[in-house]
Design a protein around this ligand. Sequence first.
Ligand code: FES
Ligand code: FES
Length: 161
Amino acid sequence: MHLHVNGTLHDLPDDAVAPEMPLLWALRDALNLTGTKIGCGIGACGACTVHVGGEPQRACVLPLSAVGTRPVRTIEALGAPDQPHPLQAAWLAHQVPQCGWCQSGMLMAAAALLERNAAPSDADIDAAITNLCRCGSYPRVRRAIHAAAAARRAAAPARKR
Ligand code: FES
Ligand code: FES
C-alpha cells in the first residue's frame, strides 16, 4: 500500500498495514511519525488531527482505504526549528501548551483554518477548533491564532505557506 506523507511516497508492506487500519496507526507505528497523538481514539478529541488532501481529519477514525492517494500532512511537516510556521511561533510567544498532548492536533486544526480564513473571528475559531484540551488552553489558543493570522497577513505576499 502506498501512502503519501509530508511530501514522500511511502510503500508500506501489506503485512504491516491493512486497508481498514486507521491512518493514525500507520503514521505512528509504520512511519514512526509520533508527533500526532492519540487521545480518545473515537474521533472526539482531535489530538490526532492531520491534514488529508488539505483538510483537517481525525486520523484515529480514518481508515487507510479512505485516504487513498490524497497527500497527508502531519505536525512534523508544519514547520521546522529554523523556520517555524507562524502558528508555531505564536504558540511559543503565547506559551500555549501545558501538558502538550493535544497541541499537535490543535496546531494542525488551526493551520487548516488559516489556510481558508486569513482573518478568523473568535466565532470562526470556536467553530473550527473543536479539539479538546484537558489543560484548558483554549484562551491562549485563540490569542495565538489571532497573532499568527496577523503575522501571516503582514508577511503576505512574500509568504509562501
Ligand atoms: S484521538 Fe482521534 S479524535 Fe481523539
Ligand atoms: S495542553 Fe494538556 S491537554 Fe491540552
